[in-house]
Unconditional design. Structure first.
Ligand SMILES: Nc1nc2c(ncn2[C@@H]2O[C@H](COP(=O)(O)OP(=O)(O)O)[C@@H](O)[C@H]2O)c(=O)[nH]1
Ligand SMILES: [Mg+2]
Length: 358
């Protein structure tokens, strides 16, 4: 599972990547143009609560992987641009960073920021790339002497997809049946990938809650069902330098309840269809990542393959229950502590201990 940070050069991708992953790569003009990968902890207030309760030796947050993919420069050849596009194709979800902050990057970015145009241009680039892919596939089917029945069904579907793309629709906006999904599963279309837009704003825009073209951008995003997060990377860097204990106060002064980086990490996690269950104890409080809809036995395999193999039962209660009641013994008294079999579908926030034999 990998999330690609994409967008034009000098929009703040590497700055955000550094903040998300705790790295210190060069940004701006001194930044190297290379693809970076790194892990980001997904902040979780629930884990903090459980750590206060259990005082474990070790606390482990859920993690997601980010990839910083440099933007295409005007001087890039087709080869370089294609290589970057392949990187984008390899991501499971995309975060597009657009620039709204106004400060000029001396001599580099001369044009004023136009975030809504940046978003729309990138959206059409993705649509175009998918159109090319669809047309190529259609040509290949047409050039086959005796196409299989499946190929013909696929061609029918691809033609309707092409029409949608010509109307500037993203594939993520279309409804496909399961059968249709499997027909195009191997195509890895770009507009099918979940997408979030991060608008990188400056301090003034943050306090005025506005920037040029904001309505237009929000309108475009909502028409295409693209979530938008407004972040001030500059301020995020300041927050990052504060001791943890002072961060909440600083955010409150800015009228925020959560840092933009935390919000981004959460959104990306949800966007990938991921949820967390927890294991707790004096030695370790830990979040484990599974896809929505995963059953207990499979979830057990995340912790250890032996536990999946020798799975007997899961003892389950929910984070909200312990939060309301304050202790495991009260959760038990209230009958909220359950035994579940291997078919139980794990919920976000379940606290589980597995019974198994090997
Ligand atoms: N004023 C301002 N500058 C920023 C902000 N975010 C990034 N920058 C600067 O913009 C330049 C480009 O940032 P970088 O992260 O390298 O962009 P990338 O090319 O998209 O990776 C750097 O000099 C950053 O310090 C911001 O929110 N406000
Ligand atoms: Mg960069």
């Amino acid at each position: 599972m990998q999330i690609g940070l994409v967008g034009r050069p000098y929009t703040g991708k590497t700055t955000l990547f550094n903040l998300l992953t705790g790295s210190a790569y060069e940004t701006g003009l001194s930044g190297k143009r290379e693809v970076l990968t790194g892990n980001a902890a997904v902040p979780d207030k629930r884990i903090e609560y459980l750590a206060r309760l259990y005082k474990p030796q070790k606390t482990v947050y859920a993690q997601i992987q980010f990839k910083d993919i440099p933007g295409v420069h005007s001087g890039d050849g087709a080869g370089a641009a294609n290589k970057l596009l392949e990187e984008v194709r390899g991501a499971d979800a995309l975060v597009q960073v657009v620039r709204a902050f106004q400060e000029d990057m001396v001599g580099v970015v001369t044009e004023t920021a136009d975030p809504s145009k940046e978003l729309a241009d990138f959206a059409s680039d993705l649509v175009l790339a998918d159109m090319v892919a669809v047309e190529n596939r259609l040509k290949r089917i047409e050039n086959t002497k005796k196409p299989s029945k499946d190929a013909l069904t696929q061609a029918g579907l691809l033609k309707s997809i092409l029409t949608a793309l010509e109307n500037e629709q993203r594939l993520s906006e279309l409804k496909f049946s399961e059968a249709e999904k499997s027909l195009i599963a191997d195509q890895n279309f770009l507009t099918e990938k979940p997408l979030v837009v991060v608008v990188n704003i400056d301090e003034k825009q943050l306090s005025s809650n506005n920037y040029p073209g904001r309505d237009k951008l929000l309108n475009f995003a909502s028409n295409h069902q693209i979530p938008v997060i407004e972040v001030c990377a500059r301020i995020e860097m300041e927050i990052n330098q504060l001791p943890k204990t002072e961060r909440d106060e600083f955010l409150k002064d800015l009228g925020l309840t959560e840092s933009g980086i935390n919000h981004l990490a959460h959104t990306a996690y949800n966007l990938l269809g991921l949820i967390s269950f927890f294991t707790v104890g004096q030695d370790e409080v830990r979040a484990w990542t599974i896809r929505k809809g995963t059953k207990t036995r499979r979830a057990a395999g995340k912790v250890h393959s032996d536990i999946e193999r020798g799975f007997i039962r899961a003892e389950v209660f929910h984070f909200e229950d312990i939060k309301h009641l304050g202790s495991v013994s009260t959760v038990k008294e209230k009958g909220l502590f359950r035994l579940e079999g291997k078919e139980y579908i794990v919920k976000d926030g379940d606290i589980i201990s597995f019974r198994f034999n090997v």
